[in-house]
Design a protein. Structure first.
Length: 210
């Protein structure tokens, strides 16, 4: 699915569902970015069958989102390519050593969505269950020293994961949120969205000559 085909999916319908198979999932970040630029918000990133992933987008009808979508379409149509939205900053970059690439921001957005659907208690439970399984295996293989040592080490690693995993995922979530916020500021400065047109004058304003 190239950029133009992906953009055609975001045609104004309330919900867009896209399924990726195999190596097609490598374009999930880019398509997430395209959908966001066209006024859609990522609603879900979920497994879908064997070896597949499904992205679900919902249309964002806020005025700011619709203005940004129109501004993006104007830039893309003028340049004839989606690369126009990722053009280099003209001059010194005011956001650090390099710009945040849109696909990196989309990856952070997908990470945020994944964190929201994954409670830390689930990670702790899975790690504890796995640790118990390895310790049980070590008990059952008492006569085989390498198996006992290996199983015990694996069990300890899962216990460490249960203790440190929630803290790591929380920091990862905060890092993604900060990166996405920085990217939005970068886009607002690099591609300012023009203000909406003033409303047409009402009948009373015409009659009063204002």
């Amino acid at each position: 699915m190239n950029d133009e085909t992906a953009a055609a999916e975001f045609d104004g319908r309330p919900t867009v569902k896209l399924v990726f198979t195999g190596f097609g999932s490598l374009r999930a970040d880019r398509i997430t970015w395209i959908g966001t630029e066209l006024g859609y918000a990522l609603s879900a990133d979920e497994p879908y069958g064997r070896g597949q992933r499904r992205l679900i987008f919902v249309r964002d009808d806020s005025p700011a989102s619709r203005q940004r979508a129109q501004a993006t379409l104007t830039r893309v149509q003028a340049a004839g390519t989606w690369s126009a939205v990722t053009q280099p900053w003209p001059g010194p970059v005011p956001f650090g050593p390099s710009l945040i690439h849109p696909e990196r921001a989309a990856r952070a957005q997908r990470g945020i969505k994944a964190y929201e659907g994954w409670h830390p208690a689930q990670l702790v439970s899975l790690c504890c269950i796995a640790a118990a399984g390895f310790f049980t295996l070590a008990w059952a293989a008492q006569e085989t020293a390498p198996a006992v040592v290996g199983s015990c080490l694996a069990g300890v690693l899962f216990l460490v994961g249960a203790a440190l995993g929630p803290r790591y995922t929380r920091k990862w979530h905060q890092k993604n949120r900060q990166l996405l916020e920085d990217f939005r500021r970068q886009q607002a400065a690099q591609f300012p969205v023009p203000p909406p047109s003033p409303p047409p004058p009402g009948p009373h304003r015409d009659q009063m000559g204002i």
